[in-house]
Ligand binder design. Structure first.
Ligand code: MG
Ligand code: MG
Length: 279
């Protein structure tokens, strides 16, 4: 790295504001998960997302970001990330769709993504999605106070490597706060114990992207949609997380991450008084 990048450190009150933004994103993604079915278009999903976000008094952060035209990214099958919703893009039984969603509430950002089966999918694709989610939660569990940034990267990679999937290495996670994309960049692979120390008030978006085949990608002529070079299908999952003394607080998970982190033997940093956040 050419120079040290300034990482935004949030106060506890600011993290609480980020939690509110994260819940808008989390609730919106659950509505979208429920809406995914054969016959729906990706533009229909975008409509649902924009209504959901604006209905909670928040603003879609992707809309207008570097010219991106809509509220969510919808990436189907061999599309990895940054797909643009379209009226003519109909989902079919057996497809997989990755939906990436961001919102701004009171000046603070949330950013999260899910990969969802359209109707019945093959066991191989179910496994692809499961491994992508597991690698995300391994990374979130490694977001520990006084750890190092690449502890997260190594944990993500460690959950993927036993499988023969490609790890897309041209894109990764990022700091998040008063802007969607902040330093540091969070790699989805690498050795642990490197990079910045994880101090209280750091917030990161962790987002593994994996493919059934080669990790190589290119961008379509729409200047946005990232697709695999070999046409293999992909999954992308993401959460925003805050480093707290009590453990990682997964700001875009409806339960703050309690269930998945405890299954990994990791304490969740969600404050007890906010555990009853309305869902
Ligand atoms: Mg995202
Ligand atoms: Mg992101």
């Amino acid at each position: 790295m050419a120079r040290r990048e300034l990482v935004q450190i949030k106060t506890a009150a600011e993290i609480t504001k980020m939690r509110a933004a994260g819940l808008v994103v989390g609730r919106t993604l659950e509505k979208l998960r429920a809406a995914v079915e054969p016959g729906i278009t990706t533009a229909d999903l975008d409509d649902i997302a924009e209504r959901s976000i604006r209905g909670e008094g928040a603003v879609p952060s992707f809309k207008g970001y570097q010219g991106f035209p809509l509220t969510i990214c919808t990436s189907v099958n061999s599309e990895v990330v940054h797909g643009i919703p379209r009226r003519k893009k109909v989902l079919h039984e057996g497809d997989v769709i990755s939906i990436d969603c961001g919102a701004i509430l009171d000046g603070w950002h949330g950013d999260s993504a899910i990969t969802v089966a359209v109707g019945e999918i093959t066991p191989e694709l179910t496994e692809l999605i499961r491994v992508c989610e597991d690698s995300l939660w391994a990374g979130l569990a490694a977001a520990q106070l006084n750890g190092k940034l690449t502890d997260i990267s190594a944990a993500v990679e460690g959950a993927i490597r036993p499988h023969a999937y490609g790890i897309v290495d041209h894109y990764g996670g990022h700091g998040i706060g008063t802007e969607m994309h902040q330093p540091p960049h969070v790699l989805n692979y690498g050795r642990p114990g490197r990079g910045m120390r994880l101090v209280e008030g750091v917030a990161l978006a962790i987002e593994p992207m994996i493919t059934v085949g080669s990790p190589d990608t290119f961008v379509l002529d729409d200047d946005w949609t990232v697709v695999t070079t070999d046409g293999s299908w992909a999954a992308h999952t993401e959460h925003s997380v805050a480093i707290t003394p009590a453990g990682p607080w997964v700001l875009t998970a409806l339960d703050g991450g309690v269930e998945r982190l405890s299954a990994l033997g990791v304490a969740c940093g969600q404050p007890a008084e906010s555990a009853q956040s309305p869902v």
